[in-house]
Design a protein around this ligand. Structure first.
Ligand code: ADP
Ligand code: MG
Length: 633
C-alpha cells in the first residue's frame, strides 16, 4: 500500500481516533486490538513504560495516581485557569508549580506537560496508522473545538510536533463533522452541529458560503456529557447496594470503578434495546444485579439532556437566526446515540439530523477529508486556498515596545480585524505603525514586517485622537494594514506579504521560542505595562498640578499626594510590577478628588474633541507608537 498518507485525527477528551481517505470515502483506522476508538487515557506501568488507550484504562482503577484522562481540558491553560477543573478531576499537579508556568501533571513519580501527554495519544494513533499502512506516517490534520483559543490551539500543535507529526492544519471539530457529511458540496447554507461527548457539550452554528465554513456562534457546557449520565446510574447502584446488600462501597475505589464499567455497558445497550441488566461483582465477592428499562433510563437522564437546551437556544440567538433558518443538523459525540437525545435535537431545530455516520467517528472522518484536500487529492484548488489559515499572529507595536495582536494565528483567511488606539503625548501629530508577526509579547522578539507613519494628525490632548488600525488578509495571504485618525480623517496604509520567505523551520523555531520564553515574556510585559501606566498617571498629575483645582486642595491633601507621587516615581524604576501596581492604585485613589474638581475645566474641554492651542502643547516628542484606547477611557 502506498505510504505518505496525510491522516486525519480527532484528539478527543474521552476518545481519540485516526482516519484516512480510502478512494472517495474516509474510513477510520483500527488499532492492534481491532478497535478504532482509542480512549484518551495515558498511564505509566510498573516498569515506568507509557501505556495508552484501552490498556491504560485498568490503571485508572488499580493505580489511579499512575494514570491521566481528560487531559484535553488542560491543554494551553495555566494553573489559574484550571481551578474549576480541579474540582471535577483528580489531576495531580507537580508540587513546585508556579503561577504563569506551563502546567506539569504528576503521573507516578514523573511529571508531564499536557502537550506531552496528548503527544503520547497521538503517537499511539500514529503507530496504529503506520501498522495499517506498513510505512511511516508523518503528516496529519488534527481537530480542535471551535472555541479553542490561541494557546489551546498552539498546545495541540505542540503535541503533534512532540509526537513527530507535522500538523498541517488544525480544523474546528464542527467543520470536520460537516466535511465528513460532504456538506461543503452544497456551497451555501446554515449548519447546526450538536456535539454531546463524554464530558463536554458543544453547539456550533456554521455558515457555509461558497464552500467556506464560518463558525458564527458557539456555546456549550464544558462539564456536561455521558459522564453525567454514568454518574446518575452509579448513584442509583450505590443506593441499591447500601439498601439491599447493606454495603457502603462509596469510598471503595475498586468497587465504584467496577460499577462504572457496568453502568456504561448498560447505558450503551439501552441505546439499541428496550431493557438491559446491570450486573456487578463487588470486590468482596457479593453480586449486585438490577434490570433497567429504557423508559426508566430516559426519565432518569431527562434533566441531564435538558441542560443542552439553554446553550443551544443561546447559540441560535447569538447567530441571529431562527430554528427554521437552519438547513442541516449534524450529530457528533457518542452520547448522541441515545435515542432520546436525537429526539430532543430534532425538536430543537425542527430538522431530522444526519445520523448516517457514527457520531463518535464523524470528526476524525472529516479531518481525513481535509487532509485529502490539503494533500492535493482534491482538484478543487480554490477551496484549499480559501480554507487556509495564518500560521502566525499579526499585530502592531504599542507604546512600551509591547506587541498588540490584531489577527491571531490560525485564523482562517480571508480575515480582517480592527483595533482602536490613541496617542500617548499631548499634541502628538504622527503615529508610528510598526507591523509585527509572531507570538512573542515584546515587539523586539517578533518579526518586523513593515513600518509606516500616520502623519498630519491635528494637535490634541493625549488620549483624544481615535486611531483605527485595520488588518485585512486576502485569500492569497496578502496583508493590508491601514490606519486612520477618525476625528480628523487622516489616513495611511501599506501592503505586506506576511509569510513570504518564512520557512517552516522559522515558524517552528518561533513557536518553540515562544514556548520556552512564554513565562519570562509574560513577566517582562507586566512590568512594562505597569511602568507605562505609572507614567501616564504621573503625567496626568503633573498636568493637574498646574490647574487651579490643585491650589484648591488642602495643604494636607497636597502633601499626601506628593508623598505617594515620589513613592511611585521610585518603585516605577524597579522590576516589581506588584509594587508599581500598588503605587498606581494608591495614587489613583488619592487623586480622585483632584480629578473630579478638574472635570469641569481643561479635561472636559478636551473631551469635546477640540484641538489644542499651540501654547497648550507639551514639549514631548511629536511622534510615537500608539497606545491602547482603553487606557484612556
Ligand atoms: P469525546 O468527544 O468527549 O472524546 P465521544 O464522542 O467519544 O467523546 O463520546 C464518548 C461518550 O459517548 C461516552 O460517555 C460514552 O459512554 C458515550 N457513548 C458511546 N456510545 C454510546 C451509546 N451507544 N449510547 C450512549 N452513550 C454512548
Ligand atoms: Mg469529540
Amino acid at each position: 500500500m502506498a505510504t505518505d498518507y496525510i491522516v486525519g485525527i480527532d484528539l478527543g477528551t474521552t476518545n481519540s481516533l485516526v482516519a484516512y481517505m480510502q478512494g472517495d470515502s474516509p474510513v477510520v483506522i483500527p488499532g492492534e486490538d481491532g478497535l478504532s476508538l482509542v480512549p484518551s487515557v495515558v498511564a505509566l506501568d510498573e516498569k515506568n513504560q507509557i501505556i495508552v488507550g484501552n490498556a491504560a484504562r485498568k490503571y485508572l482503577i488499580e493505580t489511579p495516581e499512575r494514570a491521566v484522562y481528560s487531559v484535553k481540558r488542560l491543554m494551553g491553560r495555566g494553573v489559574e485557569d484550571i481551578q474549576q477543573e480541579l474540582k471535577f478531576f483528580p489531576f495531580r499537579l507537580a508540587d513546585d508549580m508556579q503561577a504563569g508556568e506551563v502546567l506539569r501533571i504528576k503521573v507516578g513519580d514523573r511529571t508531564y506537560t499536557p502537550p506531552e501527554i496528548s503527544a503520547h495519544i497521538l503517537r499511539q494513533l500514529k503507530r496504529n496508522a503506520e501498522r495499517f499502512f506498513g510505512g511511516p506516517v508523518t503528516r496529519a490534520v488534527v481537530t480542535v473545538p471551535a472555541y479553542f483559543n490561541d494557546a489551546q490551539r498552539q498546545a495541540t500543535k505542540d503535541a503533534g510536533r512532540i509526537a513527530g507529526l507535522d500538523v498541517l492544519r488544525l480544523v474546528n471539530e464542527p467543520t470536520a463533522a460537516s466535511l465528513a457529511y460532504g456538506l461543503d458540496k452544497k456551497k451555501n447554507g446554515i449548519i447546526a452541529v450538536y456535539d454531546l461527548g463524554g464530558g463536554t457539550f458543544d453547539i456550533s452554528i456554521l455558515k457555509l458560503h461558497d464552500g467556506i465554513f464560518e463558525v458564527i456562534a458557539t456555546n456549550g457546557d464544558t462539564h456536561l456529557g455521558g459522564d453525567d449520565i454514568d454518574n446518575l446510574l452509579i448513584m442509583i447502584a450505590l443506593d441499591d447496594i447500601q439498601g439491599d446488600l447493606k454495603l457502603d462501597v462509596r469510598r471503595n475505589g475498586e468497587a465504584v470503578a467496577r460499577i462504572r464499567k457496568a453502568v456504561i455497558e448498560a447505558k450503551i445497550a439501552l441505546s439499541s434495546q428496550p431493557f438491559t441488566k446491570l450486573d456487578v461483582e463487588l470486590p468482596g465477592g457479593q453480586r449486585y444485579q438490577r434490570e433497567i428499562t429504557r423508559e426508566a433510563f430516559e426519565e432518569l437522564i431527562a434533566p441531564v439532556i435538558q441542560r443542552t437546551v439553554a446553550p443551544s437556544t443561546q447559540a441560535l440567538k447569538d447567530s441571529g437566526l431562527k430554528p427554521e433558518q437552519i438547513d442541516e443538523v449534524v450529530l457528533v459525540g457518542g452520547s448522541t446515540r441515545i435515542p432520546k437525545v436525537r429526539q430532543l435535537v430534532e425538536k430543537l431545530f425542527g430538522r431530522t439530523p444526519h445520523i448516517d455516520l457514527n457520531p463518535d467517528e464523524v470528526v476524525a472522518l472529516g479531518a481525513a477529508v481535509q487532509a485529502h484536500i490539503l494533500g492535493g487529492g482534491s482538484d478543487i484548488t480554490k477551496e484549499m486556498l480559501l480554507l487556509d489559515v495564518t500560521p502566525l499572529s499579526l499585530g502592531i507595536e504599542v507604546a512600551g515596545g509591547v506587541t498588540d495582536k490584531i489577527i491571531l494565528r490560525n485564523s482562517t483567511v480571508p480575515a480582517s480585524a480592527t483595533q482602536h488606539y490613541t496617542t500617548q503625548v499631548d499634541g502628538q501629530t504622527n503615529v508610528a505603525i510598526h507591523v509585527l508577526q509572531g507570538e512573542r509579547e515584546l515587539a523586539r522578539d517578533c518579526r518586523s514586517l513593515a513600518r509606516f507613519d500616520l502623519k498630519g494628525i491635528p494637535p490634541m490632548v493625549a488620549g483624544i485622537p481615535r486611531i483605527e488600525v485595520k488588518f485585512l488578509i486576502d485569500a492569497n495571504g496578502i496583508l493590508q494594514v491601514s490606519a486612520r485618525e477618525q476625528r480628523s480623517g487622516q489616513e495611511a496604509q501599506i501592503e505586506v506579504q506576511p509569510s513570504y520567505g518564512l520557512t517552516d523551520e522559522q515558524v517552528e523555531s518561533m513557536l518553540l521560542e515562544s514556548y520556552d520564553y512564554a513565562e519570562e515574556d509574560f513577566r517582562q510585559r507586566q512590568v512594562i505595562e505597569a511602568r507605562h501606566e505609572a507614567e501616564t498617571i504621573l503625567g496626568a498629575l503633573a498636568k493637574g498640578k498646574k490647574n487651579q483645582a490643585w491650589r484648591n486642595l488642602s495643604s494636607d491633601e497636597r502633601r499626601h499626594i506628593e508623598t505617594l507621587e515620589r513613592a511611585l516615581v521610585t518603585v516605577k524604576e524597579g522590576g516589581d510590577y506588584h509594587a508599581i501596581r500598588k503605587g498606581i492604585d494608591v495614587l489613583n485613589e488619592a487623586t480622585t478628588h483632584l480629578a473630579e474638581m478638574m472635570m469641569d475645566t481643561a479635561v472636559s474641554t478636551a473631551l469635546k474633541g477640540k484641538t489644542m492651542d499651540e501654547s497648550d502643547l507639551g514639549e514631548g516628542p511629536q511622534t510615537g507608537h500608539p497606545v491602547g484606547k482603553a487606557e484612556f477611557e
